[in-house]
Design a protein around this ligand. Structure first.
Ligand code: C5P
Length: 228
């Protein structure tokens, strides 16, 4: 249960579609405020990785729900994103693998899985404050958050950013395929019946298409400082 005390801890939610830069913005804002960070996508990814390791299908809801129990996850705000640890070990590499991305979006559309992960996500609300990155942080998980941001960017710009990131890592990427994958994932996330990716009514929408990362961070920090 969320205690009264916990509800008073400030939360800044950053929701938005894939590739809008939420992770880098959330990590930098958390560091500058000295707050904790939650990467909720990594919570779904951790369940997906564990399901893949144990040959559990995306339709086997009862087993998936059991996998959501007592996940020993922790987060650290790094320079370019939120780092993820499972049992104290870094797991970013495994969680970013393509098979895990695909499985995580499939299990994320199961309402029983979403419900089973609710308390875990809320448990990261600890003093002095929390920056939570995801799709439904401001609408479902922390509806009483003091500061809500919805970070968007055109699909072309998001695909461009992802393309450059992958190229810099020496990966062989096809821009058109990446663009189409992003469009398909957007549609699935926006149109699903449970917790679709939409801005909360009280969220500040930031279109980062023509903004630098530093400008977005400054904008989010100034919104935060107005409200807490
Ligand atoms: O943000 P990220 O790409 O790591 O998220 C992985 C998957 O988890 C996405 O496909 C998204 O649909 C799902 N997700 C979600 N709700 C969240 C965060 C992520 O459904 N709050």
């Amino acid at each position: 249960m969320t205690s009264k005390h916990t509800r008073e801890v400030p939360v800044l939610t950053i929701d938005g579609p894939s590739g809008a830069g939420k992770g880098a913005v959330a990590a930098n804002v958390a560091r500058r405020l000295g707050w904790k960070a939650l990467d909720s996508g990594a919570v779904y990814r951790a369940v997906a990785a564990s399901a893949l390791d144990q040959n559990v299908s995306a339709e086997d809801v009862d087993v998936l729900v059991a996998l959501c129990d007592d996940l020993p996850l922790s987060f650290e705000a790094g320079d370019d994103g939120i780092r993820v640890f499972l049992d104290g070990q870094p797991v970013d590499g495994r969680l970013r693998q393509e098979e895990v991305s695909s499985m995580s979006s499939r299990i994320a559309s199961q309402s029983a899985v979403r419900a089973a992960l609710m308390d875990l996500q809320r448990s990261f609300r600890q003093p002095p404050g929390l920056v939570a990155d995801g799709r439904d942080m401001g609408t479902v998980v922390f509806p009483d958050a003091q500061i809500k941001v919805f970070l968007d960017a055109s699909v072309e710009e998001r695909a461009n950013r992802r393309y450059k990131q992958l190229k810099e890592k020496g990966k062989d990427v096809n821009f058109l395929r990446l663009f189409r994958d992003l469009e398909a994932r957007d549609r699935r996330d926006r149109e699903r019946s449970v917790s679709p990716t939409v801005p909360a009514a009280d969220a500040e929408v930031i279109d980062s298409t023509a903004m630098t990362l530093e400008a977005v961070i400054d904008r989010v920090l100034s919104i935060a400082r107005e409200r807490v």
